[in-house]
Design a protein around this ligand. Structure first.
Ligand code: NAP
Length: 305
């Protein structure tokens, strides 16, 4: 019986692991990917994590993992298939075995939201990508489009502009959800062309992507853009499936939890992007990991036999 099982090894899960180790909790860290670090591994530049200006996402993810490792916590690579968290003992089932713990930190983050247009699935891996830092190199010297107006879309456009000859940034509104500092850089980057108030209607090609259909929402004007790749960056969807119906979630599927990361079920904590919060950043994910373990320490004392 573990004191705590942490599921997910992004910044929230790995920070929880660091704090759990320092609190001398008997801890299991589960991660389905062989390499921990979370979504941040796919981020080119993390410009706003305090104390580490200019660090890239991969290196920052590695630093989190190394820190947990130095404190004796290494992720166990097993994919969770089921969670039963209603009773006092929390059970986590993986393909290999069933684990039991007194508490659970659910820190699995989010996945990519799809555009949902014809051709998107057909050309996945053949010109359609959800990860510019993973796939950008395949489009060296080519023309691509980035879809979206959040931090990820802006960062992707800037990253791809260094590799590709031309980047269209297509956003459905004329103001950006992402940080102004990024938007300002996008506006002034020569090989990025902004196409605003515009959505994508379809993705078309042969073996690989050749063109997309776009429509201006204000004028209803339709155009086709010839290009080689489409990077979809239209936000994320929470990976809350295993806890759906067991803990309270909001309409979008995020697990309802406050700053102490307590969910609606005693002993179950949601940390990082998966929980309801105003700001989804590495620094707030890391804060969640710390807060969750601080609360768990009190919970374990209260519930000691
Ligand atoms: P996001 O902030 O939710 O932005 C998603 C963007 O996609 C929005 O501009 C949205 O348009 C657009 N969109 C959504 N559905 C669409 C659709 N069906 N068709 C066309 N456009 C669509 O998501 P994100 O950029 O992935 O960022 C996720 C979170 O991570 C955010 O909280 C972000 O701040 C954080 N993040 C932070 C950093 C950093 O600090 N360095 C880096 C990356 C991400 P509307 O604006 O019109 O809704």
């Amino acid at each position: 019986m573990f004191d705590v099982i942490i599921i997910g090894s992004g910044p929230a899960g790995l920070t929880a692991a660091v704090y759990a180790s320092r609190a001398c909790l008997d801890t299991l860290l589960l991660e389905k990917q062989p390499m921990g670090g979370g979504q941040i591994l796919n981020t080119a530049d993390v410009d706003n994590y305090p104390g580490l200006p200019g660090i890239d996402g991969f290196s920052l993810g590695q630093k989190f993992a190394d820190h947990a490792d130095r404190l004796g916590i290494q992720p166990v690579t097993e994919e969770v298939t089921q969670i039963d968290c209603q009773g006092k003992v929390k059970r986590v089932v993986t393909a290999q075995q069933t684990y039991e713990a007194k508490t659970l930190v659910y820190a699995v983050g989010c996945g990519y939201r799809q555009l949902g247009v014809p051709g998107e699935e057909q050309f996945l891996g053949k010109g359609v990508s959800y990860c510019a830092t993973c796939d950008g190199a395949f489009f060296r010297g080519k023309t691509v489009a980035v879809i979206g107006g959040g931090d990820v879309a802006l960062e992707d456009a800037l990253f791809l502009a260094k590799i590709c000859s031309k980047v269209f940034l297509i956003h459905r509104r004329d103001t950006f959800r992402g940080a102004k500092v990024l938007a300002d850089r996008v506006w002034t980057t020569e090989n990025i062309e902004l196409i605003l108030n515009t959505t994508v209607e379809d993705i078309f090609g042969g073996e690989t992507v050749r063109e997309i259909g776009i429509v201006n929402k204000k004028t209803a004007e339709k155009r086709r853009l010839v290009l080689d790749g489409v990077f979809v960056a239209v936000g994320s969807i929470p990976h809350s499936d295993f806890l759906q119906g067991q803990v309270e979630t909001d309409d979008a599927g995020y697990i309802v939890a406050g700053e102490n990361c307590r969910t609606s079920v005693e002993g179950v904590y949601a940390a990082g992007d998966i929980r309801t919060k105003a700001l989804r950043q590495v620094v707030t994910a890391a804060a969640d990991g710390a807060n969750a373990i601080a609360d768990i320490e009190k919970y374990l004392v209260r519930n000691a036999e």
